[in-house]
Design a protein around this ligand. Structure first.
Ligand code: FES
Length: 106
């Protein structure tokens, strides 16, 4: 079992570690949801609902957004250069130490 840790920045400013398995084909939305974070994910991870919107605070190299993800992000009222849809981010070893904030810009 190979786990990495990602960190969720809470409204208080503290970072909560979340264990994320890299060998189960999960995406970040699934991991955050399974850890109890209130992500509606009404589209089931199809880049269609944007309820899994996060802001990436660490400087990890992530694959660029797909056209679908970019289109959804553009439709949100307030996004930053670091906004992503967590359902479109695969949990891979290179995400170890990633820091995100949930629901950024909403
Ligand atoms: S879960 Fe709907 S866009 Fe990510």
């Amino acid at each position: 079992m190979s786990d990495i840790k990602v960190f969720v920045q809470e409204p208080s400013g503290s970072n909560t570690p979340v264990d994320a398995p890299t060998d189960m084909g999960l995406n970040l939305m699934e991991v955050l949801k399974a850890s109890g974070y209130p992500i509606a994910a009404t589209c089931g991870g199809m880049a269609l609902c944007a309820t899994c919107h996060i802001e990436v605070l660490s400087d990890h190299e992530l694959p660029p957004p797909s056209d679908d993800e970019g289109y959804m992000l553009d439709s949100l009222p307030a996004i930053t250069d670091h906004s992503r849809l967590s359902c479109q981010i695969k949990v891979l070893p290179n995400l170890d130490g990633l820091v995100v904030k949930l629901g950024a810009g909403e």
